[in-house]
Design a binder for this molecule. Structure first.
Ligand SMILES: [Fe+2]
Length: 276
């Protein structure tokens, strides 16, 4: 995906909407920071470029959620700022550790939070609720949000988490269509391609309990977890509608049938269909 596309995406925000000028200024600061990771020819290495593109899509998804849910100006500004900044630490994580795997390196949400705070971008643009933006960045990858968040913190956090999941759906489909996943075990982190779903993973999803990521053994588990998000992981009705409209459930059902003939696939997909 070209930089041109990325810029038309990010600048495609409705800047006339109240509060959007602030997000656009934040975007200039963010892109100035990302520029530090470009090589002498101005090129960002592919893995970093994927993260920059992901960020643009997450911002766009957050904007769709804000529109669909009728956010006011403060809610919109805070949620979109958090969407833009949620993965700020990914570039530094890759530079330092050469991996995006948090368990082998650093919690990228903590790193993102620390970089955003240290750079002072939110004060520079005069964000109304910098604390809420930082909270949403910090908590975006937690299994559960902590208690005690106020309305704006929770709304921004829920928006980033939904917007992120919606783009992770796109990323999986992109990965399937651009890799030789049947024979290239690295396409999906060496997960067993034709192994059936793991019973404990299936049980957690069916009981709407969070899956312990250490239990994932097969590619089917990984895909079923995403179907599980459609059952109990998307907070906003707008997110569920977007997910349905984009055909992410139908795609996964079809893909899962290529991986396994386990009856749990249809059971879980039907549960998701009723939840979306
Ligand atoms: Fe993230």
């Amino acid at each position: 995906m070209s930089d041109d596309f990325q810029h038309s995406e990010t600048c495609g925000l409705d800047c006339k909407a109240e509060g959007m000028a602030l997000v656009k200024r934040l975007m200039l600061l963010y892109d100035g920071y990302v520029d530090m990771f470009r090589n002498g020819d101005g090129v960002l290495e592919p893995m970093m470029q994927l993260k920059r593109v992901h960020t643009s899509f997450v911002v766009k998804n957050a904007e769709l959620i804000a529109n669909g849910e009728g956010f006011d100006a403060l809610e919109r500004e805070t949620a979109l700022a958090a969407a833009l900044l949620h993965d700020t630490g990914r570039y530094e994580q890759l530079r330092r550790y050469n991996t995006f795997r948090d368990s082998d390196s650093v919690d990228h949400a903590v790193l993102s939070h620390d970089i955003v705070k240290e750079r002072g971008w939110l004060d520079e643009v005069g964000a109304s609720r910098p604390d809420a933006v930082l909270a949403a960045v910090l908590y975006h990858n937690r299994r559960d949000l902590p208690d005690g968040l106020d309305h704006i913190m929770r709304l921004a956090s829920d928006t980033v988490r939904d917007a992120d999941k919606l783009d992770i759906f796109r990323v999986l489909e992109d990965q399937v269509s651009h890799t030789d996943w049947r024979s290239d075990s690295c396409a999906f982190w060496n997960l067993a391609v034709s192994a059936p779903p793991t019973p404990i993973v299936v049980a957690s999803i069916e009981n709407r309990r969070p899956v312990d990521y250490q239990d994932i053994q097969s590619l089917a588990d990984f895909v079923l977890i995403q179907v599980g998000w459609m059952i109990s992981g998307l907070v906003f009705a707008t997110s569920r509608r977007i997910c349905m409209e984009r055909g992410h459930l139908a795609y996964r059902r079809n893909f899962l049938h290529q991986l396994t003939d386990s009856p749990s696939v249809d059971r879980i997909c039907e549960l998701a269909e009723r939840s979306l």
